[in-house]
Design a binder for this molecule. Structure first.
Ligand code: DGL
Length: 257
């Protein structure tokens, strides 16, 4: 699995809990985060480079644990490789379905917000609900730096969420895998009347389905082993990883471009 940085750990944790026999190799491209503020061409180049490294390590499936990379690069990657590629996309369908006020909002990166595949997804699944898209520049950086509990991060969250609440949303979709790491803060700002929806559980179900379908799911006797790589391999990064993973871990360096 991979993400632009630490965000995908929110998905990895769920996979490790639900599919404890599977080995996971996690790559964070933290040196190049945030992807949300990069060009489509750049995102595609990084996705292909990282996928190549994962395939060289012998993986049987790839989870793109990043909404921005999924909407911008999954199709071209699937056209190049013949192992299952599972993506992460904002959970618009369940959000629109459960909204009573028929007003939902999606917090996403700039690059996801502008993406046509993402807009098509909304057109397909809005189910009569009004969907407000809120790009959140700056938020990923706080989480990458381990500053998600700072006053400055909280102020930025308020700036993005308060206007959505004023407009009467009752459902908020976390359209970036970094955002579950500020879910507590989001939920305090949004209030109890707002349901927050994220995607780790459905992605895990989808991965499991694919592995079983292809008969490549892990033997139930083995305990999954986890390896973590980053393009920004520093002591500080290792500490941030360990904090979000909720266990000490070793961060290895990803081979440079
Ligand atoms: N975690 C990512 C996502 O789900 C990307 C964040 C970023 O690098 O901007 O969109």
């Amino acid at each position: 699995m991979f993400d632009s940085g630490v965000g995908g750990l929110s998905i990895a944790k769920c996979i490790a809990q639900q599919l404890p026999h599977e080995n996971i190799i996690y790559i964070a491209d933290s040196l190049h985060a945030p992807y949300g503020e990069k060009s489509v061409k750049f995102i595609i180049e990084r996705v292909n480079h990282i996928a190549k490294q994962l395939i060289a390590k012998g993986v049987k499936a790839i989870v793109i644990a990043c909404n921005t990379a999924t909407v911008n690069a999954i199709e071209q990657l699937r056209a190049q490789v013949n192992i299952p590629i599972i993506g992460v996309e904002p959970a618009i369908k369940p959000a629109a379905k459960q909204s009573i006020s028929k007003k939902v909002a999606i917090l996403a990166t700039q690059a996801t917000s502008e993406n046509q595949r993402f807009k098509d997804l909304i057109d397909l699944h809005h189910n009569g609900a009004q969907v407000l898209i809120q790009p959140c520049p700056g938020l990923v950086e706080f989480i990458e730096q381990g500053k998600q509990n700072s006053d400055a991060c909280n102020a930025l969250l308020k700036q993005y969420i308060d206007p959505l609440i004023e407009q009467g949303i009752d459902t908020l979709v976390l359209g970036c895998t970094h955002y579950p790491f500020v879910q507590k803060q989001i939920s305090i700002i949004a209030g109890q009347q707002v349901t927050i929806i994220e995607t780790a559980a459905p992605v895990t179900v989808q991965l499991s389905k694919k592995l079983v379908e292809k008969e490549i799911d892990a033997c139930k006797k083995q305990q999954g082993q986890y390896q973590f790589f980053s393009s920004l391999e520093t002591k500080q990064q290792e500490e941030i990883f360990s904090q979000l993973w909720q266990e000490p871990l070793t961060l290895h360096a990803l081979e440079p471009y």
